[in-house]
Design a binder for this molecule. Sequence first.
Ligand code: ADP
Ligand code: MG
Length: 452
Amino acid sequence: MPFKDLSLDRKIESVLDQLGLTEPTPIQQQAIPAAMVGNDLVASSKTGSGKTLAFLLPALQRVMRQKALSKRDPRVLVLTPTRELASQVYGQLRSLLSATPYRSTLVVGGENFNDQAKALRKDPHFVVATPGRIANHYNERTLGLDGLELLILDEADRMLDLGFAGELKLINEAANHRLRQTLMFSATLEHAEVEELAQDLLKKPKRIVIDEVTKPHDDIRQRFLFCDHLDHKQALLQRVLQDSEINQAIIFTATRSDTDRLAKILDDSGFSTASLSGDLNQQDRNRIMDKFSRGQQQILITTDVASRGLDLLNVSLVINFDMPKHAEEYVHRIGRTGRAGSQGDAVSFVGPRDWDAFQRVKRYLSLNVKFEQIEGLEGKFKGIKPKPKKKVKAGDTAKGKHKTAGKSKTAQQRRPKRPATRRPAPELVSGDGLAPLKKKKTAAKPDDSGES
Ligand code: ADP
Ligand code: MG
């Protein structure tokens, strides 16, 4: 099916032509017409399958074809969980808008507030932003949202993970009118919290699911290696990098301190390596991403701050040096490769401290995993056998008899009700199998510092 069949404005068609895009991807084929007729959407499809254009094209079409509700307020607001993703989506929007008279601006945390206020005074039609900073502008009255027609939440589930539910509700209420349309996109949207958010923000949404998350990504080869301890992980890392024909690679670690440490080790062994974490200032973050996306560095070591949305077509290898805390983040991390039909490898290191996280990923994706060995670096760790469940006597419960004595319940009835998305306990200091079993506040938080 060519883009022409979607009844997009001629100007949009010609920009797509210039960009060399001829055929909409499956998510675009379904989401674009549904959004164009005014539906609210909850839409999911695999990483790298073209979700950005699936929301930007109908947004542009709406702005071109419909009369504005307000001359001053933005007509379209796109929210993303991280500044880097906002900046990437903004780049794509700018190339679409190049042949149109419409204005746009980027509003993210870590950048100068007054410069943003100045840009907002020029009444952009489109704003791409992170939620915290948008809420600041709204509260400071440097931004009005009465006239907002289209609210787009990219990676909505991650915004909730990062604690932006309050900001999202504020923005929703600021623009809560009959004509407001709302679109939600991610590769992973099957959570109770997302459902709650959808009920708050969306009106009778149409749901589009291109592939269930459990369907393996055809273009990503997933490999798993057992690891004994940190030194073993480091030796495996060097070997995997040496043995792979890498274009560019991204390595994910559990903690920010590990990003710098590993970057130094790899840099010393001749790989041009950069590290990116949320505690850097925004100028440094921009500089690092800019260099990496231009291919000037081969390896990026980072945390989940870079797991979502980033579209770097030369990334042929993703390594999970530590398994991610949330199973969904595994999907997004490995999704930094194998984008837009290209092929990629994802290698995950699983040590004793990663075992629970690995089990969560395995369950979430119904993975059938065969661990591999690397010659000369075989490990001893082979997984942890589940403890046999204690037998519970009839009429007894695991936690004290007094409460339910005589009320003999089935195991199912005894299990407390939990939302489907209950998060695992805070992570340990390190996922390397060596660090002490001690909780560390900064490491346990998602790497969102400064995202606003
Ligand atoms: P997602 O948000 O689903 O992870 P993106 O929107 O970042 O994916 O798109 C991934 C890549 O696919 C981008 O490089 C984008 O330019 C490319 N792409 C998007 N739509 C098409 C299309 N219709 N045909 C070819 N490539 C496309
Ligand atoms: Mg995306």
